[in-house]
Design a protein around this ligand. Structure first.
Ligand code: ATP
Ligand code: MG
Ligand code: MG
Length: 392
């Protein structure tokens, strides 16, 4: 298929790398993982094929470990954007190893304020935003004067699952917001009264062509994606086309190959804004494994290996993905839930093999496919009523 060896900078215990590896094994693409511990989810399912290609034990922020991985592979890619972009730049400049997406894209995206500035400059629809140069009450007041209340105060860097966001509803919360986000570089966004959240996966080739997957609806609970419905259940077919077209336009502005997750807000009048972009496989694209001709993981590999892309079309008329989120350190509730899910027609279970269950941690997911939205709803409903409340 390809002789090139792929190196993945893994998130500590990440599931996206594990699913990338599963996809790589079907194509017989060789992969080396950088992650902490010998038992990281991606390493569990992939024995090194020879001693020189042993996985690397270390963090995606450790320059030495990234260089150690780079020595073993032809192409480097990431399952998390919070990596050391300077080292990746160094690796790419040396020209022995390709890095996808390009380090400049990763660097731009990992600072949400710079990402927003980039999108604004490129004419991509986004909500208004404002700099918070210093974490002071005065700077927050200036943002409120400009953007009003409520105001979304966000950390520019290292954000995930809403950790890094403070919804500021009243000026009396300014001190609380500064305390919650202390020591982090901040900016503010105008509050978006969205009707729903949409996501589109877009794959970009080495030559810069893009192809999008069907738009999906994402439903969040406590800032963590809980469900995605694919395709988007919309009475207006233009919404799906507009979402995909906006997502593609956004990804055309970045460099480098691979899959990108584009999160969007749909306003009540149908207007769409880009919320944020992930330069990697994305939770909202898990459904593509069972519901599309080619999964997001496989197309990511095809894109970075410069192989022809697979079709992004749906093969299941309707599907839903449900994240299995830990409620505590006790995994038993999720295990019994999964036991029941095994007998649901059209349900595929993915457990990530994470060493510890924790409150709010993504431990697995399931995707249910069906012939119609109604059938998928019927299959999902009994499961939802048994779902252990993940955040209690
Ligand atoms: P992720 O896990 O997707 O990377 P994150 O920590 O980067 O999340 P965001 O995607 O910026 O955070 O925000 C998390 C959620 O907060 C969004 O999905 C949305 O529900 C809400 N949100 C974000 N920005 C705004 C905004 N400007 N107005 C209203 N709600 C917002
Ligand atoms: Mg994010
Ligand atoms: Mg987000």
């Amino acid at each position: 298929m390809s002789d090139k060896i792929v190196g993945i900078l893994g998130k500590r215990g990440g599931q996206l790398g594990r699913m990338l590896v599963a996809s790589a094994s079907l194509l017989n693409v060789k992969v080396v993982i950088l992650d902490v511990g010998e038992n990281a989810p991606a390493k569990q399912i992939l024995a090194p094929i020879k001693p020189e290609l042993a996985h690397v034990d270390g963090s995606f922020t450790d320059a030495q470990k990234i260089l150690e991985l780079a020595k073993k592979v032809d192409i480097l890619t990431v399952e998390i954007e919070h990596v050391d972009a300077d080292v990746l730049d160094e690796v790419a400049q040396a020209r022995k190893v390709q890095v996808h997406p390009s380090p400049s894209t990763i660097r731009l995206i990992q600072d949400k304020y710079n990402q927003k500035k980039h999108l604004q400059k490129a004419g991509i629809a986004i909500t208004e935003f404002f700099e918070i140069p210093e974490p002071t009450p005065e700077a927050i007041h200036a943002a409120i004067d400009k953007l009003g209340l409520p105001l979304m105060v966000k950390s520019r860097t290292l954000a995930y699952d809403g950790r890094g966001n403070f919804p500021l509803r009243h000026i009396s919360q300014i001190e609380e917001a500064l305390a919650a986000l202390k020591d982090r570089p901040l900016y503010a966004e105008k509050w978006v009264n969205f009707e729903r959240e949409i996501a589109v996966m877009v794959v970009r080739t080495v030559k810069g062509a893009v192809a999008s997957y069907p738009a999906v609806e994402t439903v969040h609970m406590d800032n963590i994606c809980l469900l995605t419905f694919a395709p988007l259940r919309s009475s207006d077919p233009a919404t799906i086309a507009n979402a995909q077209s906006l997502a593609e336009s956004a990804i055309l502005t970045f460099e480098g190959a691979g899959i990108f997750g584009v999160e969007l807000f749909q306003l009540p009048d149908g207007i769409l804004y880009v919320n944020e972009i992930a330069p990697r496989p994305h939770n909202s694209g898990h459904y593509t494994i069972e519901a599309c001709e080619t999964s997001q993981y496989e197309n990511h590999l095809r894109a970075i290996l410069n192989l022809p892309l697979g079709s992004t079309s749906l093969k299941a008329p309707s599907s839903v993905m449900l994240n299995l989120i830990g409620g505590s350190s006790d995994m038993s509730q999720l295990t019994s839930f999964v036991g029941n899910a095994l007998s649901v027609p059209g349900a595929a279970i993915h457990m990530y093999g994470k060493s510890e269950c924790r409150k709010g941690r993504k431990m697995g997911h399931l995707t249910i496919v069906g012939d119609s939205d109604a059938q998928v709803n019927d299959r999902l409903r009994p499961l939802l009523s048994q779902l252990p409340n993940p955040m209690t």
